[in-house]
Write a protein that binds this ligand. Sequence first.
Ligand SMILES: *Cc1c(COP(=O)(O)O)cnc(C)c1O
Length: 219
Amino acid sequence: MTITDNLARIKKGLPPGVELVAVSKTKPVEDILRAYNSGHLTFGENKVQEMVSKWEQLPKDIQWHMIGHLQRNKVKYLAEFVSLIHGVDSLKLLREIDKQAKKHNRVIKCLLQVHIAEEDTKFGFDPDELNELVESKELPQLPNAQIVGLMGMATFTEDQLQIRREFKALKNLFDAVNAQLPEISILSMGMSGDYEIAIEEGSTMVRIGSSIFGSRNYS
Ligand SMILES: *Cc1c(COP(=O)(O)O)cnc(C)c1O
C-alpha cells in the first residue's frame, strides 16, 4: 500500500468531526509531499529541529502540529509557524509559548497534555493537577497561547480494555474541564494501534503515523 492509499483508507473510516494529524516524524520530506499532493495538510512531528527543517523545505500552507515533549528553551524556534502544540504540561511552558507567540504577532493553539497511562514514563498533568488548575482559576489569561483542548496517550499494551478505560477517563476529564472552559473543543487521543477505540470513546483528533507512512526506523 502506498502512502496515499493508506491516507485515503484511514480518512474514509473517520467519522465527521474527527480530524487526522498525519505523524511524519523520522520520515523524509518526499513522503510528506506525497500526502500533501493528495490534499492532506496537517502533519505532526515530535522533534523541534526536525520540524523546523521540514517547515523550511515544504509548502507553507502545511499545518504543523508539535506532538512531542517540548522544552521551554525551544519554543522560540517554532513560534513563527507551529499551528497546534499538543504536549503542554506546565504553566511555565504555556507562559513561554504566549511570550514567543507575541513576538510574531500570533496566537498559538495549545492542548494540555494529561497523563492517563499507567506507565509513569509519559509527560503530562495528572488528572488531579489538571482539575486543581482549572478549578482554582489559576489558568492565567495568556492571549497568545490559547488552550483549545486536551491530549493524552494510553498505555502501550495489548489490553484493549485497559486502553478503553484510559480513554474513557480522559473523555470524562475533558467534559469536566469543558464545563469550566466552554471554549475548548479538541480531544486529541488515538494513534495507529488504538485510534478506533479512541474515536469510540470521544476523540476528535487522531495522531496516526505508522499506519500511513509505514513503520519507523530509528537506527
Ligand atoms: C509517534 C506518535 C504518534 C503516532 O504513532 P503511530 O503509532 O506511528 O501512529 C502519535 N502521538 C504521539 C505523541 C507520537 O509521539
